[in-house]
Structure formats: structure tokens, C-alpha cells
Write a protein that binds this ligand. Sequence first.
Ligand SMILES: CC(C)(COP(=O)(O)OP(=O)(O)OC[C@H]1O[C@@H](n2cnc3c(N)ncnc32)[C@H](O)[C@@H]1OP(=O)(O)O)[C@@H](O)C(=O)NCCC(=O)NCCS
Length: 184
Amino acid sequence: MKIKIIPVENQELILLTEKIAFEIWREHYASIITSEQIEYMLEKFQSAEAIAGQMSENGYKYFLVNDNSGGVNGYFAVSGQEENLFLSKLYIHKNSRGKGFGKASLSFIKDFAKKNNYKYIWLTVNKNNLNSIEAYKKMGFVIDCEIKQDIGNGFIMDDYKMVLAMAPQASSSARAAQKFRGEG
Ligand SMILES: CC(C)(COP(=O)(O)OP(=O)(O)OC[C@H]1O[C@@H](n2cnc3c(N)ncnc32)[C@H](O)[C@@H]1OP(=O)(O)O)[C@@H](O)C(=O)NCCC(=O)NCCS
């Protein structure tokens, strides 16, 4: 299967990203957070307007993922922060999970990190998002710490921060987390 990664660079692709995001989040988070929180977070973080703002004001880069068979299989977003690359989103549609789309996306993200000299890729994932945590572990991420963020309207994101070291010598799990926290 040939997986294609398409940069989101115009309003049409932003609207497509919003559409797939709304579909995936409503399905996936239904068993993890309340529907009120899902709708609040979609509006705040994944509406076309929010995506456009993140790209123009915060340097986010969004990408769509597909396999050339028509339609979109998922999307991801990254944002560089000093020596670290924040993997802000990685969402593969339910029907496409477990088929290598996540791994192909991460391979693209790692190449991007290497080219731009980022030392670590990090992300946050809901503590009850167990399948995704396992998939991230399989893809080389380790849990660094817990992180709770107040996102307004009485909602909290109760997450783990996970990190992946780019340099092979720093890839042992404890060492990667220690270095990421600046203790190494
Ligand atoms: C997490 C996610 C991005 C992974 O993408 P994917 O396309 O399903 O993953 P892949 O098929 O590329 O698999 C990558 C690796 O993870 C493993 N994996 C995938 N799903 C897994 C699961 N549920 N449990 C354990 N391992 C899993 C695969 O076996 C593979 O490891 P391997 O190369 O050693 O065989 C995807 O499942 C997803 O979008 N989940 C729902 C949305 C979400 O929660 N996103 C993260 C938000 S922070």
C-alpha cells in the first residue's frame, strides 16, 4: 500500500481536515470523555477556523494521510518548539487503523524532525486512550510524565506526555525521558 502525505495548504484542505477530525473524534472519544467535552474541544481546536489560526499564528503544519484509493484516512499536525517537535495530533480513521497509516505518518514526522534538527518528538495523550498509548509505545514513545491542562468551561485534559528521542544513543526509555526533562 502506497501511503500519501498531503500538506494542508489551502481552505479546501482545511475544510477537509475539519470534516475528518470531527468524524474521528466523535467516534473515538465517545468512550473516553463526555460528548460535551468532545464538542467543546472540536470547536476550540479542530474547527476550520481554529486550524487556520494554529497554522498562521502558531506555526502548526497539518497533513492529510491517504492511500490513493479516494477519501482521507487520517491526519496529523506538528509544531516546532525550540529543539523539540510537538506532535499535536495524529488521528487515523477507525476503518484504517492497524494498517500502517500511523507508522507511515510517524516515519514522515521523524524525517521532518531529522531534517530540522529536532532532538525529541513529544505528544500528549489522554490517560484512558489505552489503545493509542500502546500503539505509541510500539512506535518508540515512552511515557515521560502526567500532564493536566485546564482548557476552560470546566473541562480538563488529563494526559500523559510521551516522548521519542531522535538520537539513537538517547533512545533508551529512561534516558530519553530524563534528557527531555533537561535532567540528562
Ligand atoms: C494511535 C494511532 C494513530 C495508530 O495508528 P495506526 O495506523 O492504527 O497504527 P499502525 O497500524 O501504523 O501501527 C503502528 C504500530 O502500533 C501497533 N499498534 C497499533 N494499534 C495498536 C493497539 N491498539 N494496541 C497495540 N499496538 C498497536 C502496531 O502493531 C504497530 O506496531 P508494529 O510495527 O510493532 O507492528 C491510531 O490507532 C489512531 O488514530 N487512534 C485513534 C485516535 C487517537 O487516539 N489518536 C491519538 C491521539 S493522542
